[in-house]
Design a protein around this ligand. Structure first.
Ligand code: UDP
Length: 315
């Protein structure tokens, strides 16, 4: 009998890659999504399989899954700043009510549950690089508050189920991640820059571009999550690539890679509460999971560029 795993947000960027990994590892995968930001295109290749099932469902409502469950991966949520600005209430509900429903399901099924937390729990961080011990600098009522606070609540309720009900839980704090299947128009910097460069438009650098991020290739991230789930460590773990870069440098790299003479950097206003710097401290993942990223940015970006060439429409 195959072990059974429920993956929420299965049709999303990370969820769909997780579905692929768990199928590859021999699990029976039950994918769930309400498709407000996900796309069935990401998992269409799995539909003919007997070891894959799909439920169209919003996990903020009571979640029913027939049969046994061994693991639950809660990856449903709008995850780009543009998405959660457009869907603030749904973002709050999926992180809070959705997490509560899934914790209840995990308890009923005696399943182990991992939640997708985020570097956004650190807000606009005053500690650099961000260690798991840092409590963060979050504006609860700013535009990012709906995501940041939902994810902070998600961590809190997950720990409460762990300590009060003895549920087996895992918390991964995910830093910026990229790769094939990112949505072209999700507003995040990498899809924006690639599609603008391919179309020969201005690459919209927000602010002066001196803010930093560190980008992790999706296969590395998925491997970190897989290792964390099967570890016996129940405290939060950062998973990300510490190779930090300014957004301006990042734009220049994309310009060089795409080589479209019509494209250039243009500057737009910096969004409210945009973190000035972000870089994961990953010693915990190295020590406890034996994990570190393997794909450098040049290689990951090449693969990702091939994907964007296929999906970006040029008029
Ligand atoms: N950004 C940008 N141009 C864009 C989109 C984003 O300069 O078209 C910047 C944004 O202000 C932030 C960084 O790129 O500093 C990463 O933004 P993203 O939305 O990808 O995710 P975040 O890391 O802020 O959650």
């Amino acid at each position: 009998m195959k072990k059974r795993v429920l993956i929420t947000g299965a049709a999303g960027f990370l969820g769909s890659h997780l579905c692929d990994r768990f199928i590859k590892e021999g699990f029976h995968v039950i994918g769930m999504d309400n498709l407000i930001t996900g796309s069935l295109d990401n998992i269409a290749h799995l539909f003919p399989r007997e070891d894959f099932e799909y439920y169209h469902h919003d996990v903020s409502k009571f979640v029913h899954v027939p049969g046994e469950l061994d693991y639950i991966l809660h990856f449903a949520s709008p995850a780009s700043p543009i998405d959660y600005l457009k869907m603030p209430i749904q973002t709050m509900k999926v992180g809070s009510l959705g997490t509560h429903n899934l914790l209840g399901l995990a308890k009923a099924k005696k399943a182990r549950m991992i939640i997708a937390s985020t570097s956004e729990v650190y807000g606009d961080p005053l500690v650099h690089p961000q260690t798991e011990e840092y409590w963060g600098n979050v504006n609860p009522i700013g535009p990012r508050g709906v995501y940041d606070e939902a994810k902070r609540f998600q961590e809190a309720i997950t720990m409460a189920y762990n300590t009060f009900h003895g549920l087996e839980t895992r918390i991964v704090r995910i830093f910026n991640t990229y790769g094939p299947r990112m949505r072209v128009n999700d507003g995040r910097v990498l899809p924006a820059f690639f599609s603008q460069a391919i179309r020969g438009e201005g690459l919209t650098v927000f602010g002066d571009g001196s803010q930093t991020r560190a980008f992790c290739y999706v296969d590395d991230l998925v491997d970190g999550i897989y290792r964390l789930l099967f570890s016996d460590y129940d405290q939060p773990v950062n998973i990300g690539n510490p190779d930090e870069i300014t957004i301006k440098q990042f734009g220049e790299e994309v310009l060089e890679m795409v080589g479209n003479p019509k494209a250039k950097l243009i500057y737009k206003e910096l969004p409210t509460d945009d973190p000035k710097q972000r870089k994961p401290y990953i010693e915990k993942a190295k020590r406890i999971l034996g994990w570190e990223p393997k794909v450098n940015r040049a290689d990951g970006m090449k693969i990702t560029y091939e994907y964007f060439k296929k999906v970006v429409k040029v008029d």
